[in-house]
Write a protein that binds this ligand. Structure first.
Ligand code: ADP
Length: 465
């Protein structure tokens, strides 16, 4: 049973229940119809005898030509003529009717068990049962009420088996039809089960293909519909979409990384080759080493940033979030970075006191440092940086504003992409990873980063938490 497919299990279960229900219905119907049919047989007997009463008539006299011209039967009776109409049903549907004299002599009609009813006294309008061997017969008597026919009786007789015959024909038809219907239902069930489970098969096949890394672009084909399987397939497709996206990002990251590392590496190689061939004195070597160190520093910064970004993405869950005083944290970072005095820029901090958030100290410090470093890097000589922290209802807004070079509108979305730098010459000291890290940290805290900027006027980066 365990090794059977779901389709087979459903079909099997359904078939067993169906056969059981059918058999039960059949038995119930059989017992009900047996009593109904027996009643019909008895009613038929009474009805036939009652009908036959009207077919026996008495005439005082009747011209002979009238007697022999038609199919009716004429018997001389008492002082007149008794007419038995040709509509008299002496045997119909197994019901036999006989016309009797008072003494029990059969005048007309039939009685299949005449020997057994000869001792049975007539009883008007009474239905009786008598057993002949193993067979039960119903007997119904009726006295003819016309004055001239008084003393005559009609006796109808029918065997109980007449009902059984009808019943057996019903049973025979049912026994042929029912298995046919059951088979049809089972076949239908089997096909429907197969059809309904087809998406599951397709899901399994698609998932297995993706699992083997063959085709990440594959999706489960789903037609229109809203049932559970459609929802499941839809969910799987969304998951595949996200998987593909993250695989693509991974690939893109790997290729960006190699690209970013190749540039400083080629500078170092070129510098080495040049010095080995052309350097003549200590001065030349010192110059070459300075270039090499600068490129080395850049590579170190790049690698550190890459590690941070990867760690952020991979171990997002491992950062502990705690309730912390953001105002104090911002003041501290501003205090440290205002010492930089780069390009004689003045850094001011305008913090609303006592602003608390649930977050990770290390990450929030990194976020703020990145934004302030950028403001220094892309700020102008003798410029200003304003770091502000305010509470706006449920939200907390941390912004860093500078009056530096600004960012063109069309670049504003791209600067958050990894390794993206607007002007590589001016950004040469950066890695292009800072803002994507800032964004990642904001997302990790359930927030977002927005930028407002105008070239030549300055930029404001706002982190909403
Ligand atoms: P980078 O290490 O190059 O600074 P980021 O991801 O921090 O990388 O920034 C991406 C790019 O966005 C930068 O190269 C720079 O062109 C632009 N940018 C970032 N901050 C500012 C700012 N305050 N003013 C002007 N441009 C900025």
């Amino acid at each position: 049973m365990k090794n059977l497919s779901i389709r087979m299990k459903i079909t099997l279960w359904f078939s067993v229940v169906l056969v059981a229900v059918m058999a039960l219905t059949f038995l119930v119907a059989l017992s009900v119809s047996r009593s109904v049919i027996q009643k019909t047989v008895r009613d038929g007997l009474v009805e036939t005898v009652e009908d036959n009463i009207d077919e026996v008539e008495y005439y005082d006299e009747m011209p002979p030509e009238e007697q022999w011209n038609n199919a009716d039967l004429y018997i001389e009776f008492r002082n007149g003529i008794m007419e038995i109409d040709d509509d008299f049903l002496d045997r119909v549907n197994g019901i036999a009717t006989g016309l009797y004299q008072e003494d029990g002599t059969l005048m007309y009609g039939e009685n299949p068990i005449a020997n057994h009813t000869s001792d049975l006294a007539f009883a008007d309008e009474t239905l009786r049962e008598i057993s002949v061997g193993k067979i039960t017969y119903y007997v119904y008597d009726r006295a003819l009420s016309t004055e001239e026919l008084e003393g005559l009786w009609l006796r109808g007789v029918v065997s109980e088996q007449q009902g059984d015959m009808q019943l057996s024909s019903v049973t025979r038809v049912s026994l042929i039809l029912m298995p046919g219907l059951v088979l049809l239902a089972i076949l239908g069930g089997y096909l429907i089960a197969g059809r309904s489970l087809r998406p599951v098969k397709e899901m399994a096949a698609t998932a297995s293909q993706i699992g083997q890394g063959r085709d990440l672009k594959k999706r489960i084909p789903i037609g229109p519909g809203k049932d559970e399987l459609h929802t499941l397939a839809d969910t799987f497709n969304q998951m595949f979409e996200r998987l593909e996206e993250s695989f693509e990002q991974e690939k893109q990251f790997a290729s960006d990384v190699s690209h970013e590392l190749r540039t400083p590496m080629s500078v170092i190689m070129a510098q080495c080759e040049f010095s080995m061939e052309y350097a003549e004195n200590e001065e030349d070597y010192r110059e070459a080493l300075t270039v090499i160190k600068r490129q080395g520093d850049h590579m170190t910064a790049l690698i550190e940033d890459m590690l941070s970004v990867t760690r952020l993405e991979r171990k997002a869950d491992s950062y502990t979030m705690e309730e912390l005083d953001l105002s104090e944290l911002v003041e501290t970072v501003c205090g440290e970075l205002s010492m930089l005095k780069e390009k004689d820029i003045i850094l001011t901090c305008g913090c609303e006191p006592g602003v608390t958030v649930k977050g990770n100290r290390e990450l929030l410090v990194r976020l703020l440092r990145n934004l302030i470093h950028n403001a220094y890097r892309y700020g102008k000589e003798n410029g200003h940086i304003l770091v502000a922290l305010i509470r706006a209802g449920e939200r907390v807004e941390l912004s860093v504003t500078d009056d530096g070079i600004g960012i063109a509108k069309e670049e504003q979305e791209k600067i958050f992409h990894r390794f993206y730098q607007v002007d590589t010459a001016r950004s040469s000291r950066g890695t292009g990873l800072g803002l994507s890290m800032v964004q990642e940290i904001a997302w990790l805290h359930g927030g977002e980063v927005k930028v407002e900027s105008e070239p030549g006027v300055g930029s404001t980066f706002t982190v909403v938490l």
